[in-house]
Ligand binder design. Structure first.
Ligand code: ADP
Length: 636
């Protein structure tokens, strides 16, 4: 073959020069993505060759196997990416590797740089991925031969400053060979493991085999080693896949490592063709990852036509479903699209809608068909899922049905359906009690009357629970009722309840009630005769309409400033201590014991909730009271 060595020198268009300057001088992090870009170009070239072979029969090298080969030469400090794809003619090489296809690209990149947001990922998303080679190479040599019959091979060479040279070359078969003469600070890309890891991370599921040859290493038997899986497991039919296949992919999705016994709690695998084409393979992990509440947590990987475009997108599922992990791959998404553009992509929103619907459906199915798995899932991710009640009004009913709760009188988790089914006929409300510790709540004095009537109470110990409740104020016509708030007497009718504050019922302990209010002053909002106590002497409740104690606690945890809202002290009119204090209030309101007892009743009510606002005072009062008892016993 005669080789025409005649070379021509070309200037880059101004925009390319500017772009290259930006690439080589401003983008240092994540440099390894150049490999993803070059592999993705090679894979595109292979796809184009496959397509052309179908539509015309004069294509050269018809029987050439599609392959991408990466050759590393530590002694020459070169990295070569070679494909057997469509190749380029001289004109194509000049056009494709000397200009920027999309106008506006440079402007955008420069703006991003000026805002300090120049993310190297942008480069591939704007159809300028090839130029990322100059992040790691001093010089790039492309040798390419078009698959068109009679095309001459051509060599394109550039050191990325100013221009490129085009010359004739020798290449026997169609396809392209991109040789990178690596910069001194890019020696890491001469290491086998580094290359293997990058390919596994970004291009594992590129559908063409990627081989790795390391010069100087003994060649393995049977040809160069394939370093990618080269199969998009998610595009295969679920009936063709075994549990082992899924488990292997799950491990890959979770970053290559899961603890023994960590299997997904639920799996969502489907392909949809209309209104938009996409495949999804998602898992609910066996256990909650550490980063579940972190801003930059891992989530779903987005592929466009089997090429990874975003390895961590929160655009595909609403935040309350962020515990799903896996892959979404669409034929209908552009490969070269920025994150900003992705947000507005209509197809992407369509995918998100369908995916959300399917994710909720699989959770619902898991709940009804595999209750044990669902309960484990709920234990890990319930707190996240609950956020959806607030965020997603469109799916509220399904999400309410997915919630699970512990209750005072049952052992395990209950759905609201379970709870309502077990309600005695005369129970008007769905009762709940909210606080930090389930055990404190279970023994709370507030529950005494309800327990004696056989009414169960849901335990809300999660910080989000009360907040969430605001968006599900009723279930199957039953309203929710905080047993620590307002007046339980109103339980037969809501209307009556609303009036209860305005006209309190006269009570046998009225003298004590007004004496106690006078003694406790601003420490309490009100002192009332209780209907919720049977054994305990006193309890504190939140005034109707005021922020609950638990909400105050949560607001403080979230570093919000909240004022202590005075609460209502309820006294049990049938308790001996209350009865005796009432006698004192009636007969000798000036007796110092009255003050001690009233304060003690307040102390006891606080203590039952696990708090002591004034420990020294409490100790002093208890001691005084017990001393009196001891003296009386000795005297008696
Ligand atoms: P993009 O691939 O996003 O279009 P690039 O800057 O990466 O942008 O590449 C520009 C063009 O160069 C490609 O569209 C393609 O036509 C051509 N090209 C790049 N690499 C190859 C290759 N290995 N084989 C054939 N053509 C290629």
């Amino acid at each position: 073959m005669t080789v025409n060595t005649q070379a021509e020198t070309h200037e880059f268009r101004a925009e390319v020069s500017a772009l290259l300057k930006l690439v080589t001088n401003s983008l240092y992090t994540n440099r390894e993505i150049f490999l993803r870009e070059l592999i993705s170009n090679a894979a595109d070239a292979l796809d184009k060759a496959r397509f052309q072979a179908l539509v015309r029969d004069d294509l050269s090298d018809k029987d050439l196997a599609p392959a991408i080969t990466i050759t590393v030469s530590p002694s020459n400090k070169t990295l070569i990416i070679e494909d057997t794809g469509i190749g380029m003619t001289r004109e194509e090489a000049s056009q494709n590797l000397g200009t920027i296809a999309h106008s506006g690209t440079l402007k955008f990149l420069e703006a991003a740089k000026n805002e300090g947001k120049a993310d190297v990922n942008l480069i591939g998303q704007f159809g300028v991925g090839f130029y990322s080679a100059f992040m790691v190479a001093d010089e790039v040599v492309v040798t390419t031969r078009s698959a068109l019959p009679g095309a001459e091979p051509v060599q394109w060479t550039s050191s990325g400053d100013g221009g490129y040279e085009l010359a004739s070359a020798s290449r026997e078969v169609r396809g392209s060979r991109i040789e990178l003469r690596l910069k001194d600070d890019a020696a890491e890309f001469l290491e086998r493991y580094r290359i293997q890891n990058i390919v596994r991370q970004y291009s594992n599921y590129v559908l063409h085999p990627i081989h790795l040859v390391v010069e100087g290493e003994e060649a393995p038997e049977g040809g160069p080693e394939q370093i990618n899986a080269a199969r998009a497991i998610w595009t295969r039919s679920p009936s063709d896949l075994s549990d082992e296949d899924y488990q292997e992919f799950y491990t890959h999705v979770m970053g290559g490592f899961v603890l023994p016994g960590d299997t997904p709690r639920a799996r969502l695998h489907f392909t949809m063709d209309a209104p938009i084409q996409f495949s999804a393979l998602l898992f609910v992990p066996g256990r909650a990852p550490m980063d579940l509440f972190a801003e930059d947590r891992k989530s779903v990987q987005l592929y466009a036509r089997h090429v990874l475009v975003d390895d961590n997108t929160d655009k595909l599922l609403p935040p309350y479903l962020r515990f799903f992990r896996g892959v979404v791959d669409s034929e209908d998404l552009p490969l070269n699209v920025s994150r900003e553009m992705l947000q507005e992509d209509k197809n992407l929103s369509a995918i998100r809608r369908q995916l959300t619907r399917k994710a909720i459906k699989i959770l619902t199915e898991t709940a009804s068909e595999r209750a044990e798995d669902y309960e484990a899932l709920w234990t890990e991710f319930g707190a996240v899922l609950k956020e959806g009640l607030h965020q997603d009004g469109g799916h509220r009913d399904e999400l309410i049905a997915l919630t699970r709760w512990y209750s005072v009188s049952t052992e395990g988790l209950n759905s609201l359906a379970d709870y309502v089914k077990a309600m005695p006929e005369d129970q008007p409300f769905i009762y709940f009690i909210a606080g930090e510790h389930a055990e404190t709540l279970r023994t709370s004095p507030h529950l005494e009357a309800l327990k004696s009537r056989g009414h169960d109470v849901l335990l809300m110990t999660d910080a989000v629970d009360e907040w969430v409740l605001q968006s599900m104020s009723e279930y199957e016509g039953k309203t929710f009722r905080n047993v620590m708030q307002g007046d339980l007497d109103g339980e037969d009718s809501e209307g009556e309840d609303a009036d209860a504050d305005a006209t309190p019922e006269p009570s046998a302990i009225d003298p004590l009630l007004s004496a106690a209010k006078a003694l406790l002053g601003d420490n309490v909002k009100e002192v009332k005769a209780s209907t919720r106590l049977t054994n305990s002497a006193a309890c504190l409740v939140d005034a109707d309409g005021s922020m609950s104690r638990n909400m105050e606690r949560i607001m403080r945890l979230a570093r919000q400033r909240v004022h202590d809202t005075p609460r209502v002290l309820e006294l049990n009119p049938t308790h001996p201590l209350v009865e005796r204090a009432n006698e004192l209030a009636q007969e000798s309101p000036g007796d110092p014991r009255l003050e001690t007892w009233v304060s003690l009743l307040h102390d006891l009510a606080s203590l039952a909730e696990g708090t002591i606002p004034d420990p020294a005072g409490t100790v002093h009062r208890l001691q005084t009271a017990l001393e009196a008892v001891a003296k009386a016993e000795r005297a008696g």
